[in-house]
Design a protein around this ligand. Structure first.
Ligand code: PNS
Length: 161
């Protein structure tokens, strides 16, 4: 049984993430979407909301489940029996950011497989989704159903437009 972890901060989950999760599920028997903490980013959405929104987005996908990553990604991978981490790459910038993490995770015992972003969703990044939303722009066609309203509600709670 082959198991992969698709990790990320998913703040919020986007159609780009969903594309990678779907494609990973085609390659592995089981996919665990791991909602982790990125030490370099302060999330907009609470982790419970991020998990709930991903669960709703993957509800129709067989053999995909969602879980929090409480600490190190490699420890989580061992715990769930995953032999690989799967990450999407949109650009050389993504590659530059992901490569040191992939090297470190390989050093710690888990290999990473990169999937090139599908061109139709390669422009979608969680950071840009939040920026568009902060300025009152439309994000509904960039994220799974229910996510846009959750982002807008959170921004409204912060006093943003
Ligand atoms: O979606 P992101 O923010 O690019 O995902 C990065 C993430 C959360 C996967 C990464 O920061 C991570 O793995 N965090 C868990 C803690 C950990 O294992 N850190 C060492 C990474 S080499």
């Amino acid at each position: 049984m082959s198991i992969a972890v698709v990790p990320g901060s998913f703040d919020p989950v986007t159609l780009g993430h969903l594309d990678v999760i779907r494609r990973a599920a085609d390659l592995f028997d089981e996919v665990v979407v791991g909602v982790a903490t990125n030490a370099g980013k302060a999330p907009l959405l609470d982790v419970e909301d991020r998990v709930r929104l991903i669960e709703s987005a993957v509800a129709g996908l067989a053999r995909v489940r969602v879980a929090r990553v409480p600490g190190l990604l490699v420890d989580f991978c061992r715990e769930v029996g995953a032999t690989a981490v799967v990450k999407g790459l949109r650009s050389g910038g993504d590659y530059d950011a992901e490569l040191p993490m992939a090297w470190m995770n390989a050093h710690l015992g888990v290999e990473t497989l990169f999937l090139p972003a599908t061109p139709e969703v390669a422009h979608i990044a969680s950071s840009l989704v939040k920026d568009v939303a902060r300025h009152g722009g439309p994000i509904d066609d960039l994220v799974p159903p229910g996510v846009a309203s959750a982002v807008r509600a959170r921004l409204a709670g912060e006093g943003a437009p």
